[in-house]
Design a protein around this ligand. Structure first.
Ligand SMILES: Cc1ncc(COP(=O)(O)O)c(C=O)c1O
Length: 376
């Protein structure tokens, strides 16, 4: 049987990994500045994380949400502690798109409306509700098309208010920092204005923190850099399980639950919760949010010294670099000659860096040296 061929592949077959290092079949090592697309938060093969999963596997891997699963409560408590969002409620699922899909449903249930607003450059996933709010017509199938979805210019609150005045909007969804779009940060003023508009028009504000969350920017969620911002819904996945599939929605206490409103077979299963707890315990113990902040500053400073870079954006370990040339050949050379993985973005000139949060300074220095040699 053939695989359905939808991914252009880097010609490397990883077989083992530890921290930010990946080994291929031949025993070559690669530096992982892509983190498997922002998924590897606490580093590959963390011993505590691995033990958490192995121990759980030996007890109970899965049972459905029809029974008590105390690990879910343990996970939500720990998440409350680290994010300081104790009041929110947690719904567990399996991926970023699924988290967004559930957030959209909740916004629609809570308001009784069906329309949504997102922004140019946005990526929210590939399932039907999430994809139609994603700014990429190539991945929107005819069956996903909707009349009541509006992708408005990023940063344009006047356009948002104009649309809200038309009515029938349930929610506005925005990434904490746009990832796939090329690391674009919404300004604090824009986020505050969205929050104000949502309140005055009775609309729900959804912060998609699937990529920008889980400590990556140096705060637990990227939107927490904006003082006092209180989204109605916050979605997360990627870094949440360090590779174990898990996603979730944080739901403001003003949105009430009822039996059957949401549901999932696999979401919140025992193994996923053990993985999620393992991640949070390591983030806390190893102070990875502080580390991400420091390493981000080091990286941005180093990048600013390299000629051939026209723009550096981002926060913590979510960094976008615009080059004075196309990024594709530079990224290929980084892999082939220097054995360093980096990420691409929507813009042809952009390199995206999403390394594990425990990346070391000397690893970042070796990347800076390699990039300098290529761009010189
Ligand atoms: C901001 C954002 N939202 C949602 C998603 C979708 O997540 P998943 O691929 O887990 O469905 C992604 C994936 O890249 C993302 O970056």
């Amino acid at each position: 049987m053939n695989l359905f061929d939808v991914y252009p592949l880097i010609d490397v077959t990883p077989v083992r990994a530890a921290g930010a290092t990946i080994w291929d079949e031949q025993g070559n090592t690669y530096l992982d500045l892509y983190g498997g697309h922002a998924v590897i938060s606490i580093g590959h093969s963390n011993p505590h994380f691995n033990k958490r999963i192995k121990d759980q596997l030996d007890h109970l891997a899965f049972y459905s949400n029809s029974v008590k699963i105390p690990l879910q409560k343990e996970l939500s408590n720990k998440l409350g502690d680290l994010s300081c969002l104790h009041d929110y409620q947690l719904f567990l699922c399996n991926s970023g798109a699924e988290a967004n899909e559930n957030a959209l449903k909740l916004a629609s249930f809570a308001t009784g409306k069906s329309g949504f607003i997102s922004f140019s450059g946005a990526f929210h996933g590939r399932t039907s509700g999430a994809v139609v709010l994603t700014d990429n017509p190539k991945i929107i199938a005819p069956s996903n098309q909707r009349e009541d979805v509006y992708i408005l210019p990023f940063g344009d609150s006047i356009a948002v208010e104009k649309q809200l005045k038309e009515g029938n909007i349930a929610g506005i969804i925005i990434e904490g920092i746009q990832g796939v779009g090329g690391i674009h940060m919404p300004s604090s003023d824009f986020l505050k204005e969205l929050e104000r508009l949502c309140k005055s028009y009775g609309v729900k504000l959804i912060l998609d923190e699937v990529q920008s969350g889980y400590g990556r920017t140096g705060r637990f969620f990227a939107h927490q850099w904006v003082d006092g911002l209180t989204p109605d819904l916050i979605t997360m996945a990627k870094g949440m399980g360090n590779g174990f599939p898990i996603g979730g929605v944080l739901i403001h206490p003003s949105i009430k639950s009822s039996y059957g409103l949401l549901g999932t077979t696999f979401g919140g299963n025992h193994l996923a919760c053990a993985a999620g707890l393992g991640v949070l315990e390591v983030i806390e113990k190893d102070k990875l949010m502080d580390h991400a902040s420091k390493m981000g500053e080091f990286l941005i400073h180093g990048l600013s010294q390299i000629p051939g870079i026209s723009d550096i954006r981002g926060k913590g370990l979510m960094i976008g670099i615009d080059l004075d040339r196309e990024a594709g050949p530079v990224r290929s050379e980084l892999v082939k000659k220097y054995r360093i993985f980096t990420g691409s973005a929507a813009g042809k000139h952009t390199i995206r860096l999403l390394p594990p949060l425990n990346i070391k300074m000397n690893e970042l220095s070796s990347f800076l040296d390699s990039l300098k040699k290529i761009l010189n």
